[in-house]
Every structure is written in structure tokens, then in C-alpha cells.
Design a protein around this ligand. Structure first.
Ligand SMILES: *[C@@H]1O[C@H](CO)[C@@H](O)[C@H](O)[C@H]1NC(C)=O
Ligand SMILES: *[C@@H]1O[C@H](CO)[C@@H](O)[C@H](O)[C@H]1NC(C)=O
Ligand SMILES: *[C@@H]1O[C@H](CO)[C@@H](O)[C@H](O)[C@H]1NC(C)=O
Ligand SMILES: *[C@@H]1O[C@H](CO)[C@@H](O)[C@H](O)[C@H]1NC(C)=O
Length: 569
């Protein structure tokens, strides 16, 4: 390059690039913080991932203190560790769970390497009894999501390298699930042996989430393969479960799949039930079926009526609605994130704040906290690197852009690094009062905790496509081709565009969602986040709120100034 050319480049840099960078910085005063924090989360993910690859792969999960592995897929949900397989050498569970996170971090080479390794080596013809729910959300969900990411338009894989192997594996796994659904009620067994099917004298007890949150993964599998059996089995189970609700629209926590009778009548929004609610709404968003929305609406109303006490949620008896246990469980922290998707931002914000205060009190969120005594549960004092609070923080930031949530995220990141990072990865906490560690790095730390923290600070993955996240944090794209046609009744007859006269700004990447089918083939505002257009993110009248793009229904403005599909109580 000649001297003169060099000067021209310097000039171009000064005149065009520097001002561009400044404008960029001006647009988002938090850009520097976000960059610093997303880099920090990226380093966390790679520390967890590289340690797994070094000490545990191709086994299921890493034991970070002893730097060895555990073949834990057969132990998940198996508290008494019964019927453990003799000959099972793992399914590379943590690698499967890392695929979508690698794609979100933009590591195409490692994503490709992992996809090719799994294509050649993963086998499901193994004599291992596994938990249907866990295997569905982690393995089937991980594979289906990664298949979609491998075949979308971003060219993550070198051309011609990938021949749908992950989808074929997912299909094989889905077929191995089907015998579990062969019960008089259609409700699936909680356990199935991958090689031999349902075992003799298998336990008939399962949980509400165990049989009510299969529809996203199995529905997606049917859409991708054209084989309707997966979606039908999951839907039949979901309908049966819903038919077992009480007159208060409440469900219990555990039930018998042979008789269809409840075993545990007390339930809440935490363990054993949580993802049932989550999947009703997300199935509606992904597949556009009105039925899911009707179920969700009734179920959500009942939760708010019988479980909620101010910002807290307790448990109640499904038959009477009477409160049973006054406890905060760590899994409940996903609820505010779900509320963001409904547009119930104010309620989400207040619960999230209280949950974060408990996090601050202990340094992490304990598994169970007794609300009536303001103290820890005597035995459940652990924190196994769970993602739920980070997940809700991500959703609330997407919806409100309130920078306070970035601080929450930073505080979560700092606690994780301070208390759980060890030389061999990230370790769970056995007791939050002593911060004694446990030798286990759960695969969901890579699939969810790191992913949601990263997306909080860098959501560029979401810019061109709307996704919903499965309960294990695996993204599934929202495609109009997967959506059922909406009943004409939901489309206002005189409706032409969201609102003429102004161009609604996107509040977040998630608000790019297309309205399904015949809403006029146009981009609509999203149901996710509502205040799309005013500086203070608040609406004044119903007119400000436009139409909800998942249902095409009109949204209204709440007293607090948020748009939403307010459920009439
Ligand atoms: C598991 O690994 C052991 C030891 O390497 C090996 O002997 C056994 O055949 C393996 N089992 C299976 C089912 O691959
Ligand atoms: C992708 O991941 C691998 C394995 O951790 C790492 O060696 C590589 O540097 C990463 N690449 C990028 C671009 O981050
Ligand atoms: C959340 O609640 C806090 C405290 O009540 C309030 O200051 C803040 O504005 C709220 N944020 C949103 C987005 O509602
Ligand atoms: C559409 O109809 C509604 C109710 O009938 C009316 O309030 C609204 O002004 C109409 N909108 C347009 C753009 O004509």
C-alpha cells in the first residue's frame, strides 16, 4: 500500500468509522457494560465447556471437583437411584445440551465439530432406564433445536457436511419414547428403558410436568419429520391431564398413569408442575393452536387467584384452593419470565424483585425457603447452578430495557464466579449457609444458566428471528408454517395494519414475531413486550396497545401503563 493510500484509509477511519462508533455508543449507554459482561459470561461458558470436554466427554456430566465424569442421564429424576444400568457409558449429554449455546455464542467451528461427532457416535440402543421428561427436554430438545440451527440460513455448517443426522437421531429417540404412552389413560410412564421399552412392574406414578410438558419437543419433531405420532401422543396426554383439573382449574403435583387418579393434591408453580404452565403458553406461541391458549388462560387465572400472595407464590390444595405450603422454591423463579410473555410485566417485576432479594440474602437462590418463618428449609439448602432467576432477568430486560436488570445479571454472574467456579469447572452448592460445594456440574448450567446470562447482555442472536425457548433453554424458531390458521373471530374485520400513522419501534428482538396466517401477511407488534413505542414504555389508552400477534386479539392498557392481553378477572 502506498503512503498516500494509507492516509486515505486513516481519513476514512476518522471521518466515517469513528463517528459511527460514537453514534453506536450514544444509542446504547450501556453498550460498554454489556460488552464487558457478555465477555465475562462467554468465559464462564468456555470454562465449563472445556472442562467437560477435557475430563468428562463423552460421558454425560462433569464432576468438577474430582475432574471426572458421571453417566447421569439414567440418574436424572431417579432420587433413589433404582434400576441403574450395568453397561451404560453415557450419551455425551453435556455436549448435546451445549449445542444451541455454541450457536448463540457464534462458535460455528465448535458447533460443527460437535454436530459431526454426535452424528457419528450417538446411539440410543442402550439398556438404560431413563426419565421421559428429562430425556425429552435435554436430549430430544437439544437435538431438535440443534438440527434447526444446523439447517437455517446462517451457514453454521460447511455445505454438504450435514445430512440431517441429528434429526434422524431425534426421530429414533422419539420412537423409543412412544411405548411409554401406551397406557389406558394416554398419560405416559415417567420411566422407559431405551432398549426394552416400559419395564415390567414399572412405577405408575408421574408428575404433572412429567406428562404435561412434552408438546414443544414432540410437536416440533412431528413438524420436522412429517410423522404426526409424536405430537399426537403428547397432545393426547396433555388433554387427559387437563381433563383431570379440579372445578377451580387447579391440578395436583403427582398422579397415576394407569388409573388417571391424583396422588398428591397439593401443588404450586414450582417442582413437578412448573413447565406444564410454561408449555401451554409456549405451545400456543409456537403452534398457534387456540386450544393451548384456552387452557393456559384458565390455568394462569387459577394460579394468580389461589397461589399468589402479593409477590409470592405458595402451594394450595387443588380441591379446595386452601393454602398448604408457604415456601419459595428456586424453580418458581421462572414464573416472572413466563409472565413477561403474557404481558403481565408489573406482576413479573414485583415477584422477580423479591426472588432477587432472597438471592442477595444468601449469595445464591436456595432450593427452598420457608416464607412463613423467613428461613431456609432444614434439608433443601442447596443451589445446583439453576438458571431460573437469570432466565426471568433476561425476559424482563428484553421487555422493559430497565438497566436495573443488567445490574441483577451482573450480580448473578459475580456470585457464580465467586462461589461456584473451581479449577475443573463450575460446582453446585450443597449448602448455601456454608457454601460447601458438591461435585456436580449439571448440563443445564451450559444449556440455560450461561445462555440466559449471555443473552441478557448480548441478544444479537435474536435480531433476525423470533424464538421461544424450551424449558431447557433450547431455542425453537417461530415459523408461520408451523402455525395453525386462526379463527376469523379474532381478526377485527376492519383491521389493516397495527396502527397507521406511526411506525412502531421494536422493543426487543423478540417483538419481530410474525402474526400467524391470515392477519394480513404483515409484521405485527408482539405479545412479548408490550410498550413498543413510547419513551417511558408506558401506554395511556387501549388504542396505544395494538393487537397481540400471537392471537391477533386486541390488547389493552393496564392501570400501571402496560399493554397486554389482560385476562378479565
Ligand atoms: C462401556 O465401557 C466399558 C469399559 O470401557 C466397556 O467394557 C463396555 O463394553 C462399554 N459398554 C457399552 C455398552 O458400550
Ligand atoms: C470455539 O470453542 C473452542 C472450544 O472451546 C475454542 O477452542 C475456540 O477458540 C472457540 N472459538 C471461538 C471463535 O470462540
Ligand atoms: C419494578 O418495580 C420497581 C419497584 O417497585 C419500580 O421502581 C420499577 O419501575 C418497576 N419496573 C418496571 C419495569 O415495572
Ligand atoms: C374498527 O372498528 C372498531 C370497532 O368497531 C372502531 O372502534 C375502530 O375505529 C375501527 N378502526 C378503523 C381503522 O376503522
Amino acid at each position: 500500500m502506498s503512503r498516500r493510500n494509507r492516509w486515505i484509509w486513516v481519513l476514512i477511519f476518522m471521518v466515517i468509522i469513528i463517528p459511527a462508533l460514537c453514534i453506536e455508543a450514544k444509542q446504547d449507554p450501556y453498550a460498554a457494560k454489556k460488552k464487558r459482561m457478555s465477555d465475562k459470561v462467554r468465559r464462564m461458558f468456555y470454562h465449563a465447556y472445556d472442562s467437560y470436554m477435557m475430563y468428562a466427554f463423552p460421558h454425560d456430566e462433569l464432576k468438577p471437583l474430582t475432574k471426572t465424569f458421571t453417566d447421569s442421564l439414567s440418574e436424572l429424576g431417579n432420587l433413589r437411584l433404582e434400576h441403574l444400568p450395568q453397561e451404560y457409558n453415557g450419551s455425551a449429554l453435556t455436549l448435546i445440551e451445549s449445542l444451541s449455546s455454541l450457536a448463540i455464542l457464534g462458535n460455528h467451528t465448535e458447533f460443527e465439530k460437535a454436530v459431526l461427532w454426535l452424528s457419528e457416535n450417538l446411539k440410543f440402543d442402550v439398556d438404560a432406564r431413563i426419565n421421559l421428561f428429562e430425556c425429552n427436554i435435554r436430549v430430544l430438545g437439544g437435538l431438535v433445536s440443534a438440527h434447526i440451527l444446523a439447517t437455517d440460513s446462517t451457514n453454521r455448517l460447511a455445505k454438504g457436511m450435514y445430512k440431517n443426522e441429528l434429526l434422524l437421531l431425534a426421530e429414533e429417540l422419539g420412537q423409543r419414547f412412544l411405548p411409554a404412552f401406551d397406557t389406558p389413560t394416554g398419560l405416559p410412564y415417567a420411566w422407559i428403558n431405551l432398549k426394552h421399552g416400559v419395564m415390567d412392574n414399572e412405577i405408575t406414578e408421574t408428575s404433572t410436568s412429567g406428562c404435561g410438558s412434552l408438546i414443544l419437543e414432540m410437536g416440533a419433531l412431528s413438524h420436522l419429520t412429517g410423522d404426526p405420532r409424536f405430537e399426537s401422543a403428547a397432545l393426547r396426554a396433555l388433554r387427559k391431564l387437563w381433563s383431570m383439573r379440579s372445578s377451580l382449574n387447579l391440578l395436583g403435583t403427582t398422579l397415576d398413569v394407569e388409573t388417571g387418579e391424583w396422588i398428591e393434591y397439593s401443588s404450586g408453580i414450582g417442582a413437578g408442575v412448573d413447565s406444564f404452565y410454561e408449555y401451554l403458553l409456549k405451545a400456543h406461541i409456537l403452534f398457534g393452536r387456540e386450544e393451548y391458549w384456552r387452557m393456559f388462560q384458565s390455568a394462569y387465572l387459577a394460579v394468580q387467584k389461589y397461589f399468589r400472595h402479593g409477590p409470592w407464590y405458595h402451594e394450595a390444595d387443588m380441591r379446595t384452593g386452601r393454602a398448604t405450603f408457604w415456601q419459595l422454591t428456586s424453580l418458581q423463579a421462572f414464573w416472572p419470565g413466563l409472565q413477561v410473555l403474557v404481558g403481565d410485566i408489573a406482576a413479573a417485576n414485583s415477584s422477580h424483585r423479591e426472588f432477587f432479594h432472597v438471592w442477595q440474602k444468601f449469595g445464591v437462590l436456595p432450593e427452598r425457603y420457608l416464607l412463613d418463618h423467613q428461613m431456609l428449609h432444614p434439608t433443601e439448602k442447596y443451589y445446583p447452578l439453576r438458571p431460573e432467576l437469570a432466565e426471568s432477568t433476561f425476559f424482563l430486560y428484553q421487555a422493559t430495557k430497565d438497566p436495573w436488570y443488567l445490574e441483577v445479571g451482573e450480580s448473578i454472574v459475580d456470585s457464580l464466579n465467586l462461589h461456584t467456579r473451581v479449577e475443573g469447572g463450575f460446582a453446585s452448592i450443597r449448602d448455601v449457609t456454608t457454601m460447601e460445594l458438591e461435585d456436580h456440574q449439571h448440563s443445564f448450567f451450559l444449556a440455560e444458566t450461561c445462555k440466559y446470562l449471555y443473552l441478557l447482555f448480548d441478544d444479537s442472536f435474536l435480531v433476525n428471528q423470533n424464538y421461544i425457548f424450551t424449558t431447557e433453554g433450547h431455542p425453537l424458531p417461530i415459523l408461520s408454517s408451523w402455525q395453525e390458521r386462526l379463527p376469523v373471530a379474532y381478526i377485527p374485520s376492519n383491521w389493516t395494519s397495527v396502527k397507521s400513522g406511526y411506525q412502531p419501534k421494536r422493543a426487543s428482538a423478540m417483538s419481530l414475531r410474525m402474526c400467524p396466517a391470515n392477519c394480513g401477511n404483515e409484521l405485527l407488534q408482539s405479545a412479548c413486550h408490550i410498550p413498543d413505542f413510547q419513551a417511558d414504555h408506558r401506554c395511556v389508552t387501549d388504542e396505544d396497545c395494538g393487537i397481540d400477534s400471537t392471537s391477533c386479539r386486541r390488547r389493552s392498557c393496564s392501570m400501571a401503563g402496560f399493554c397486554g392481553l389482560w385476562l378479565s378477572i
